[in-house]
Design a protein around this ligand. Sequence first.
Ligand SMILES: [Zn+2]
Length: 412
Amino acid sequence: MTLGGRGARRGSSLSNLGLIEDGALLLRDGLIAAAGTRTEVEAQPEARAAEKLDLGGRLALPGFVDSHTHLIHAASRAEEYELKIAGATYEEIARKGGGILNSVKKLRAATGADLKKRALAALKLFAAYGTTTVEAKSGYGLDVTSELKILRLHKELAKEQPLEIVSTFLGAHVVPAEYRGKTGGAERYIQLIEQNLLPEIGENRLAEFCDVFCDRGAFSVEQSKHVLQAGRQWGLVPRLHAEQLSRTGAARLAILMRAASCDHLEHVNKNDIRALGKSETVATLLPGCDFHLGLKQYAPARALIEAGAVVSLATDYNPGTSPTLSMPMILSLACTQLRMTPAEAITAATINAAYSLGREKSIGSLEVGKQADIAVFEVADYREIPYYFGVNRCWMTVKRGRVIHAAEQAAI
Ligand SMILES: [Zn+2]
């Protein structure tokens, strides 16, 4: 499965997977040197001397690009899980000091070494499920020291393990406890972001993107715009958490700001959908959140696809609302809950996700000149990737031509 053809996919082109029966790839220096049928690739003079790796007829596709995660956090929030099951809403828990602020307290108390250890273990699991690139957001620090600690860890992790890490600054996740309930508290915190955090991040290139949680209980559209504009001045491209708990107009702001992506979108209205259909801003859907929180209202994926939006999928790996790092599980949810087809879901999780990270020229499809980022699945048919859920059918993961995960599994 090549997903050939560069750029973002919309509408019916989401279904075009570029399937090749009995395919082969020739890799050189971590890049794809040839792609096609086995006969075509073996006819290349260079192929004769190449080391061979037989995938035994399994399915190879581009490694998943997980374009929305909160990789660095100190611990799970399993204690809140039971409260949610008993009926407490996400916002009720947050008001009592749970939710994001609970994770902030835990992160501030954790050492860099502990955070790194946890993130490294998670990255190994991402790879085991076929993911080769992970976007990672800060946002559980919410003070200068802790936010910078997270962003520096992104940089270290990018160097010290094989997965590609794309760093996003999410200082405006929520207003931290020490600024709450005070007049102008949110504004003073935004000032801290602008004056003390962004210059440091910009000068040291600690992030590529700037994200804001624009929703009820977090930041308003005006405040979000302010933060994203300030980030832009330091070269950070906007992304947004938009229309998750309520409709605020965040998706419109994302389009207006030419954001790379606006994510969640459970509460978009018809006009938002139409506007997203005409924009370059990717609509990233995160069904893992709704599943974990037991919510009934998923994002309107079909309407977005029909309107022509660039739809993408991600795990939103985080301790509060989506504790999964399995992209195949997200594909299963996309199919059963968002009514996307398996082909649409795979495209959304590869080339469209790469586009949302500004990396569509180097990753997201298996084409000559691109990085050799490959996921191999123990399946007879690509539809079996979302069809099996809660089990891992990923057989091998390759990043820049190097095998980073290999599992022996019994065939079903
Ligand atoms: Zn998120």
